[in-house]
Every structure is written in C-alpha cells, then in structure tokens.
Design a protein around this ligand. Sequence first.
Ligand code: GCW
Length: 676
Amino acid sequence: AEDGYDLWLRYRALEAGQQDRIRPHATALVSEESDPTIDRIAAELGTALGAMLGAPPPARRDAPAGAIVFGTPKSPRIAALGLPLGKLGREGYLIRSVAIDGKPVTVIAGNTSIGALYGAFRFIRLIQLGEPIDRLDIADRPRLDLRLLNHWDNLDRHVERGYAGQSIWDWQKLPGFADPRYTDYARANASIGINGTVLNNVNSNADILTEPFLKKVAKLADIFRPYGIRVYLSARFSAPIEIGGLKTADPLDPEVAAWWKAKADEIYRHVPDFGGFLVKANSEGQPGPQDYGRSHAEGANMLAAAVRPHGGVVMWRAFVYANENPDDRAKQAYSEFQPLDGTFADNVIVQVKNGPIDFQPREPFHPLFGAMPKTPLMMEFQITKEYLGFATHLVYLGGLWEEVLRADTHRPRAGTTVADVLDTPVRAGAPTGIAGVANIGNDRNWSGSQFDQANWYAFGRLAWNPDESGHAIAADWSRMTWGDDPALTSAITGMMLRSHQAVVDYMTPLGLNHLMATGHHYGPGPWVDDLPRRDWNPTYFHDADAAGIGFDRTRTGSNAVAQYAAPVARRFGSLATVGDDYLLWFHHVPWDHRMASGRTLWDELVVRYDRGVAEVAAMQQAWAALAPKIDARRHREVSDFLAIQREEAKWWRDACIAYFGSIAKRPLPAGHAAPP
Ligand code: GCW
C-alpha cells in the first residue's frame, strides 16, 4: 500500500501514451566515466525510467539514437560537444537535445559528476511532470553555496522539536550497520539540491566529537558523499572541558585553541571532506565565549582557525537572548551581532533565523539581513513545525519562506531583498548559504505527515533558487506526490497555499506571536504569566490590557523598529502603513482602533479567528472530494489529521477569544459563531 516512504521520488508507471512519447528518448543509458556518483546516476535513471516506462533502458557503451548520455567533459563524447559549461560552476548542469554522430541523443552534463547528478534528477522530474523531453535546452546552477539541513537530533535519538518519530541516525548500530534508509535520505536530498547536513542538535552533546562517534559519522559521510552531501557537526563550546580534560574553554587560551585544532585534524582524518561546525553559543543556557568575557567573534574565529586548513566553515548562530537583558527580546540578536560586523574570520558565516523572535507563524524579516555587509549571513528556516501545530496541522511553508525571501531590506538600497542579501557574496569567494531545521524522523513517511514532506521539498527548491515561487513548487510537489491530474493539483495546491494564512488566523492573527502553551508550544496559552523568564511568557508578547493589545516596538516602546533601514522602520513604525500582518508585532493598539476593513480591532481579531477555523473546514471539504483520486491509506491519514486540525483550530479560537475577551471586555461581533 502507498505509505509515503517514496516521497516525491514516487516513480509510478506512466500512461501508455506518455510512455510511447518518452521511450524513443530513453533507449539507452550511456556513460564513459566511472566514479561513485556516476554509478548513482545510472542507478537512479535506471530505477526511475524502469518504473515509469515498464523497463529500464539498457546501459550501453555506444550512443544509439535516443540515448541518454551523462557525465562530465572527462567523457570524450561530452567533451567533443563543446558545451557551454563554463558558467555552471561545480554544481550546475546542462540538459540538451543534441546529435552525436548524427544520432539524436539527450546529454546531461556538469563540470563535475555531482552537477550531472543534479541534472539527472531534473531530467527525471521533467518526466514525472509530463514535460516534453524531445527538444531540451536547460542550464541551471544553485544560487547559494551551502544548502543544509540542520538536524536537532540528540545522540539518544530523541529529536528536539521533532514530530516524525525518533532520529533516523541509529548511532547504536553504526558504523557496523548502515540502514538502507540513509541512502534513500541522500537520494531525496540530492534530488532537491541539498548538499550538506548537520547531524546533531545545536543543543549539543560533546560526545559526538569523540572517536567512537566520529567513526559512525564517517560511515554516514561515506554514504552521503556520492550524492554530493557533506557532513557537518554541531560543536559544544565547552567540549575542551567535557571531553578534553581542560579546565577552561576560553577561546583566547592557547591550550583551548590547540585542543580544537587537534580535534579538527582528528575529524578530518575520519571525514576528509567534513564541512565544518555549527554553533549555538550563549543562548538559552548553552556555553559560549561570553562565559569568559569574550565576544561571539572571538569564539567563532578560534573555531574557524581550527577548520580553516582543511577548508571547513563555522556557522555561528545569531539566535541569542538572555534573561539578564531586560530589553525587548526581538532586539537582542541585532544588538549583539551588528556591532561585530567585519570582525569575523573569512570562513565564519553567521546563521540568522528568518525573524527576530523564533519561528512564529508569521514574523517580519530579521533586521540583521542587510545590516552586516561585511559578514556572510545565512538563513535559518525551521522546516519542522514547532509553533505551527506539529505534524498534524496541514501548513505549507513555501509561502511563508517566499514572503521572507522577497522582503525588501532597503539595505543598501530599495529593492535589495533578503534573497539578494543571501546570495550576494560579501566579497569574492565568500560563502553563501541557507539552512533548514529538518522535519525528518524514522516514521515510515519521514516527516510525520504526508503534507510535511512538501516543506522539506520546498526548502530544497528555495535553497537552490530563492526566487522560485511557493506556488510553482507546491504544484510540482503535488503532481509528483499525489498524481498528475490537473483537478487534483489545483485542489491540493489551493489547500496548501491558503494553509499558511489559515494557521496565522487561528493561532496568532494580526501580528500576534508566541501565544503557545509552555514548553511544548502546542496549543494556546495566551494567559501564561508565571514563567521564570519574563520573555517566555505569552503575556509579555501580546501585552494586552484594558486599553489595547500588542507589543509597542516603536519609539514610544522598545524602538526595535529602529533596527530596520529607515524606510522600513517608517513603514512598520506607523499605524497608517504597517498593515494588518504586523500590526500587533510593532504596535500596542486600542481595542476600538478602526482597521482597514472598517471593523474595530477587537471585532477584527474575532473575525480572523473565525476565518482561520473556516479555512480548515474548507480544506477538509476539498480533501474529502478528492477521495476517488487518491489511494485509500494516504487519503485517510490526511483526513484524520485535518479533523484533528479542525478541532484544534477551534480550541485556539475559543481559548484566545475567551481570554482576550476577558481583557477587552467587549461584546462578540455579530456573526461570530458561538462555539458548539
Ligand atoms: O525554537 C527554539 C526552540 C528550542 C531550540 C531553540 C534554538 C534547539 O524552542 O528547542 O533549541 O529555539 O533554535 O536554539
């Protein structure tokens, strides 16, 4: 039965007519090279075409009419074509219908076999999507260098904020046993261009850096390498004390620096192409350089020096906030990092979450983007849905990410989007990148729900090309995952595209945020007011009182708005121009404030909560109608999840309206459906 294991690489037999159309262009698989990646390309094309066409094309040495010729200019046949591969870099590819010895063939070529692998996956996608393949001329290359998953996986296999079972890394059985799933993981990631993975949680355990674990890590790296995926590790800043026997982890202590250097050398003996370290330091209780009175830059640069001789990078996270700091939590990353611009070593990248608080259903873009022109910044998105209903709520994140990537930073000038900041190297050769906190676990369907696979997929596609549209990506995913029927695709993409606004409306409308219940972040808790850290309490974030609601981040409040470029600060800072989406993020607004809709703020809030619930009901209806077109098992699973989502959307609505109503003390607007 269909269970979702195949993800979007769900190669199913094409209709006879389509098979007849494709077969003349898939008569043979031809390569003149041999390396592990070339072997994987042959295997993937064989599997995909075999399943879609009924039989795999034979591997041949000659290139008959209709052959698929793949590889690099190391192949004499490909070299002879004189293809314009120059601008495609290490990972780009070209797919062309050409003639070799007068016979029509399709060539899939890259400067490296990894480029050719990406080309092969693109070619397979064309067939999955029913595109014509007789006159191809496609050239593509990724816009960002580092396209990484971040696993928040602990060594005991618990996944922090993971809702798809246990970690897929079975450390206990590694390196002796390599679950075949590791290979499928690599295939899936390579198919969307992901080229690196951080195996362990940023709340990190130093044991990962000990020899027994490095052997396990090396085994995974060996499996991933032919798929162009490098392994990275989260480094615990206090590791020199915990596993090194030193008395300090002070980054300016020569013994500490020497320990990290030796450790890096050891890691590279196990994993010669090790990517580098990801570090969460001095955030939420993690150790870091500030424990010794040193700055983030001093800490990062010390680690950077250790991996530098091997070509490694250090990704230093900007997600920091401290209880001792009474200032607006939304301001802290900018306040700590912006002044350090220009002081980081050239193999350090600062990794910044999309918004200034923490992966909320909607946040304005992080003010650091554009504000550190001398420092490579990479994006951190969260694919797993920590604040978005875990795996049971259907929420497509492609639209959320697109919104952030297209935001205009106005730095250095109008029109410079967050995507521009990410993909423009700060100097020649400086790294660029993006990371997504993975939603992968050992559930049969990988992501905990069928629809959460779309978020993994969309992350990869946007990492490859941050300008792609969330809509187009959703449509491709739907066709590959559910079947290539236009009515199906339009119904499913319709659900996906409306799902983000729906969850915003039933959880945190109008710029509200962080109203989730304590710790687990599942379900409403806007009344929570007793947590030890002031800035963990939902009451801190919504700031509702008899007069109004919302966090004043303008000049009369925390003035966080001043961290943005002047035109952005003006737009967000004025009630007249901020717009509904970020209204209560930046302003404390009277309950009777007149909204663009003509309603009062209080009435609008209720209308939004109602609308969110109604949208989930609409998704349920749309999905129910698709039953005849979808295999029973997957259809049922999604139906059950939508029913959970509907109940919980109501729970959110009723809890929030009751709570805020007790503060606003205003009647419910006409038309509000009283809870059953
Ligand atoms: O989103 C918050 C999470 C923590 C997480 C932290 C971080 C890994 O609630 O679970 O820790 O952010 O990003 O460091």
